[in-house]
Design a binder for this molecule. Structure first.
Ligand code: 3PG
Length: 396
């Protein structure tokens, strides 16, 4: 795809697909990472005489104008992130004449933020007419929202086909980091996959066993695998109906020379709450009345040993109930270890997914990994090996 350097922005209005779908509490942005990462694209456009016009969805207003989902609240956060004047552009996306007039009357150096693209049903329908109205607002289209690239929507897909288009800097960085993670990685590669349920990660596991040399399975989903190996996991979270599927993945991995690493011990508690009394058991001798909420110390050591063997690590999903102290210990220790190997120049580490980023933040290592993606669903689909419509559209 084309990059910033491939365009002449002078005197042009540049439609930038951003992902301003940021976490909010009491009307305030609680994590501005997605905004901050737009910085290099914003400054490049402005320094080269162009005017950025940001397009984004926010939440899921289901194709209707709904004040609760207006993007107007984000103006202050964008202003303070970039120190540039920022103007909000209201529209219901049915008629964009007034929006166009506002943009045409605009001052140089101002960043414009358009109203939520999902206020019109054409957005999620990837409607070409809506995309044409969007296209009429600018001269160039850049997608800088990897985290929304798994959606084939008007502002991520159809619009890219109606204007000269390319990738913003954040998208470019994301793609090259992901390429280093799974595209053309330094081998051996180890993948860490955790989270509650196998059912949400089946495609991902099926893809990974053909791409990586070792696959560590943690979190609730490890219990389903342990159960499929004949281990009684007591009251632990376990999708018993997926035992057969887990067994099949296990066998396929062996055929593909991918070593599956399951917990050998687990921290068991009898209540799912912070600071619940707990004890560590070997998985073969689990207490049947409790539930495993984290990997145990022997498992942590084993995972560290496996990381020592790897040159590349990709990570999605926490290894235990990291949000409840002390059951985040496994995730945090492994995160710190991977961060240290990365800082020592021995490991390329790529992580993504909402919970994963929160867990790495808890371990205070977000900046020590080679790359941490802000994407949730898009990161998962990329790990599943699926083509992302938003990326395909700027490639062709
Ligand atoms: C995200 O937050 O993962 C993206 O903005 C996509 O949001 P969506 O799941 O509502 O499409």
């Amino acid at each position: 795809f084309k990059k910033l350097e491939d365009f002449d922005f002078n005197g042009k209005r540049v439609l930038v697909r951003a992902d301003l779908n940021v976490p909010v509490a009491d009307g305030k942005v609680t994590d501005n990472t997605r905004i901050v990462r737009l910085g290099p694209t914003m400054s490049h456009i402005i320094e080269h005489g162009g005017t950025p016009v940001l397009l984004s969805h926010f939440g899921r207003p289901k194709g209707q104008v709904n004040a609760e989902f207006s993007l107007e609240f984000i103006v202050d956060a964008v202003k303070s992130a970039f120190g540039q004047p920022v103007e909000f552009v209201k529209t219901d996306w049915t008629n964009v004449d007034a929006a166009k007039a506002q943009l045409e009357a605009g001052a140089k150096g101002t960043i414009y933020i358009m109203e939520n693209t999902r206020f019109h049903p054409g957005e999620e329908a990837n409607d070409a007419e809506l995309a044409a109205r969007m296209a009429s607002l600018g001269n160039i289209y850049l997608n800088d929202a990897f985290s929304a690239a798994h959606r084939a929507h008007a502002s991520t897909e159809a619009l890219a086909r109606q204007l000269p288009s390319g990738a913003g800097r954040a998208m470019e960085m994301e793609m090259s980091a992901l390429e280093a993670g799974l595209g053309k990685p330094k081998k051996p590669v180890i993948a860490l996959v955790g989270g509650a349920k196998v059912s949400t990660k089946l495609d991902l596991l099926e893809n990974l066993i053909h791409k990586v040399e070792a696959l560590v399975i943690g979190g609730g989903m490890a219990n389903t695998f342990l159960h499929s190996q004949g281990i009684d996991v007591g009251k632990s979270l376990c999708e018993k109906d997926l035992a057969e599927t887990a067994r099949r993945i296990y066998d396929k991995a062996a055929d593909a020379n991918c070593a599956i690493i399951l917990p050998i011990d687990g921290v068991v508690a009898w209540h799912f709450e912070a600071n619940a009394p707990n004890r560590t058991y070997g998985v073969e001798a689990m207490d049947q009345t409790g539930m495993m909420l984290d990997v145990g110390d022997h498992s942590i050591e084993r995972i560290k040993g496996a990381i020592d063997e790897a040159k590349t690590l990709i990570w999605n999903g926490p290894l235990g109930a990291f949000e409840l102290d002390p059951f985040g210990k496994g995730t945090i220790e492994v995160a710190k270890y991977a961060a240290k190997r990365t800082l020592d120049g021995k490991l390329t580490s790529v992580a993504g997914g909402g919970d994963t980023v929160a867990a790495l933040a808890k371990a205070k290592v977000v900046n020590d990994f080679t790359y941490v993606s802000t994407a949730g669903g898009a990161f998962l689909e990329w790990m599943e090996g699926k083509p992302l419509p938003g990326v395909q559209a700027i490639k062709s």
